[in-house]
Ligand binder design. Structure first.
Ligand code: CA
Length: 710
């Protein structure tokens, strides 16, 4: 007996050492996050130790100092100014009194979570030229923590481990072939000592995958490719080989591998601690257009799917594909939330996801079987989901196979990456939804251009006509909502209607509150049961990120990254009235009775329109328009209309200087700012044609700005 007891005690001691659970090993070691602490994250509501709060990623803060009764007294506790006006999409982690967050260009900052005092900053010094490969801004969505280390995925493909105490690099590993247009914007996750990271790039032409690395050494553990590679090259020697051969290979046709096929895993990577499974959200095809990608045939597995993997080996378990034969940029990378819901009287372990295609899915985590699906915004591409097969019932013509089609939702999604939350108290999901239709037309002159945009659509269809009435009418169609959704009944319970899309992620709290920022710069609290607006704060810039809540001592804090950016603000040709450049982003932190004042930001004024006097031909303007809308508009705005995040080219001094224009666009004079040389894809005549097109837009702007032009 005595021996047995000793052995048991020894085993307990070893376990405690290995996990560091509540013992001396954790004290004094910053971000000492262990397997046990992550598994029990729900028991530490004062911390926010992993991307979605806990492994279930419900983004629910079990803190109730701030309630629907007293939220009116919420005030600013502190703010921290960031050094960039590019998009702020990160979810901060808060561990034992320290906040770790990321900002554009993959920079990391550690702040005292009670005061905002910086502890250290880390700049991976990403080559700004990589910004050209980023479809949707040079953003970063956050870090992961483990055992005194922090992990950040840099835009250029490095997965970097930092000492959480100092911000010094412990190890760094290149996760993709840097000669290809991959990027990383997503937050890594740590599961049982492995760091898991994916990538983006499916607009430009890449093959998607996720990789697991040993958290302490950076050594690769496994890789799972989401789509097949070039059949001539044989298997990859990776965890995905068997299932790609058995299930995916027959679902692709033609020379699908030439542009990579797509299927990048750029956001949702979620661990199921109850079933020891990993769920990855898989993105769109490369190119978008299945007619070009796969002879317009086949489901093209595992595009636009949730795939369950064994986290230890990377082996396939099951998948559910929401958009078979994806052809609209309908990614299924959107945030995945896990819960146990009572459905038909029985508890079911489910995952919930509201991907770009507009359906809210409830999926059985044990089997991957679809439990229910319902559209949460109006949509025109499918009339519903066939519950016998789990497949969408497509509307004929929506694939624009014979003629151009206007489709809703669109590439910007009925819901994009902006995190949704779930409150176990109300049983509701709080979803930042949006309505953005888009025209799709096959690019008849498509050729694969390595490293450039390769979507197979004739031109980015967000270019507005130079007609005030039409622009106004289209602008009015673009909407955004905060939707409270009952996932059991698959129906809306309440909504907050905004007059535009691209609003912030959500946080639900035990105080019966939902927090959300919006594109117009208001950070607000709503009653979780009724949707009543209870509190608001002027953030002085658009808020798109997801908020978090944490506790230090007895004080509950609510934090959010403020800063406008991402795909919609960059690409949309229908911005609201813009009278200044976007200001730098900030970290904003609130508490009851907070009295800090947010300093007024300096709004950089806009230069006047600068139309060139040159006499361009109609052909030049038309050619320039096709090139601009297919390559430039995605960052500088459709119709060259900037929302203020990136420079408005209609106001550029270089627009009236032919040589300067060539020096920037052809030769890469401003590559330090992320504006690479376009000489690999376009000659000087083509680049001059782009100047002709932007010149026309500048003239139109000047006519609008002139007295009597409004
Ligand atoms: Ca995409």
């Amino acid at each position: 007996m005595r021996t047995l007891a000793s052995v048991s005690l020894l085993a307990l001691a070893v376990t405690a050492l290995a996990t560091g659970a509540g013992n001396a090993a954790s004290s004094g070691t910053p971000a000492f996050v262990t397997a046990q602490r992550l598994a029990d994250a729900g028991k530490e509501p004062g911390n926010w130790m992993t991307h979605g709060g806990t492994y279930a990623e419900q983004r629910y803060a079990d803190l109730e100092q701030v309630t629907s009764a007293n939220v009116g007294k919420l005030g600013l506790a502190w703010s921290y100014d960031l050094d960039t006006a590019r998009g702020q999409e990160a979810t901060p982690l808060v561990i034992d009194g320290v906040m770790y967050t990321t900002t554009a260009w993959s920079k990391v900052v550690a702040l005292d979570a009670a005061t905002g005092k910086p502890k250290w900053t880390f700049d991976p010094e990403v080559d700004k030229a990589r910004g050209h490969s980023a479809c949707c801004d040079v953003v970063n969505r956050g870090v992961a923590a483990w055992n005194g280390l922090l992990f950040v995925g840099a835009l250029d493909g490095r997965l970097i481990a930092l000492d959480a105490a100092t911000g010094k690099v412990k190890w760094s590993v290149q996760t993709f072939d840097a000669s290809k247009p991959y990027t990383i914007t997503g937050a890594p996750r740590v599961v049982k000592g492995k760091v898991i990271i994916g990538n983006g790039g499916a607009e430009l032409g890449v093959r998607g995958y996720v990789t697991a690395y040993d958290a302490m050494t950076g050594q690769k553990a496994w890789r799972f490719y989401t789509v097949p590679g070039d059949p001539a090259k044989g298997p990859d020697g990776e965890a995905s080989d068997d299932v790609l051969k058995a299930k995916a290979g027959d679902s692709w046709f033609g020379d699908f591998w030439k542009a990579g096929g797509g299927g990048t895993v750029w956001d949702a990577i979620v661990y199921d601690q109850e079933l020891d499974q990993l769920y990855i959200g898989v993105g769109n095809g490369s190119p978008w257009n299945r007619q070009i990608r796969s002879e317009d045939k086949g489901d093209n597995l595992f595009l636009s799917s949730v795939v369950a993997l064994n986290p230890n080996t990377g082996k396939y378990i099951w998948h559910y594909q929401g958009t078979p034969g994806e052809s609209w940029d309908f990614t299924q990378t959107q945030p995945i939330v896990q819960a146990t819901l009572t459905i038909d009287g029985k508890p079911r372990k489910v995952l919930m996801q509201a991907p770009k295609n507009g359906f809210f899915y409830v999926i059985d985590r044990e089997t991957g079987k679809l439990i229910s699906a319902k559209n949460f915004v109006p949509q025109t591409w499918a009339t519903g989901v066939d519950m016998a097969t789990g497949r969408p019932i497509e509307v004929p013509g929506a694939r624009y196979e014979k003629a151009a089609a206007t489709v809703m939702p669109s590439a910007l999604g009925a819901h994009n990456w902006h995190p949704m939350s779930f409150s176990p108290k109300t049983g509701l999901v709080y979803l930042p939804a949006q309505e953005i239709p888009m025209g799709y037309e096959t690019d008849k002159s498509y050729t694969y251009k390595p490293g450039a945009w390769n979507i197979g659509i004739s031109a980015l269809p967000l270019a507005p006509p130079n007609d005030r009435a039409v622009t106004k009418a289209i602008r009015a169609m673009l909407k955004g909502q905060l939707v409270a959704w009952d996932p059991v009944k698959q129906k809306e319970v309440w909504r907050v209607q905004y007059d535009g899309p691209w609003n912030g992620g959500t946080l639900a709290t035990a105080g019966n509150l939902v927090f959300q920022g919006n594109a117009k710069g208001q950070f607000q609290a709503f009653d979780a049961s009724t949707g009543k607006t209870l509190w608001g704060f002027d953030a002085q810039t658009g808020v798109v990120a997801g908020p978090v809540s944490y506790r230090i001592g007895t004080t509950q804090y609510v934090a959010v990254m403020a800063g406008y950016g991402g795909a919609y603000p960059l690409s949309i040709g229908f911005p609201d009235k813009v009278d200044h450049m976007a200001p730098n982003g900030r970290v904003l932190v609130f508490k009851l009775g907070g009295t800090a004042k947010l300093p007024k930001v300096d709004m950089a004024p806009l230069a006047p329109p600068n139309p060139p006097k040159d006499a361009f031909t109609a052909q030049q303007i038309a050619d320039g328009g096709a090139i601009y809308e297919g390559n430039c508009g995605v960052c500088h705005g459709g119709g060259a209309r900037s929302s203020g995040v990136l420079p408005d080219l209609r106001r550029s001094g270089a627009l009236t200087d032919k040589d300067q224009w060539q020096a920037i666009v052809h030769d890469g004079l401003l590559k330090e700012n992320g504006m690479v040389a376009f000489s690999s894809w376009f000659n000087k005549d083509q680049i001059e044609a782009v100047r002709a097109y932007v010149g026309v837009q500048a003239k139109y702007l000047a006519s609008e700005s002139a007295p009597g032009g409004k």
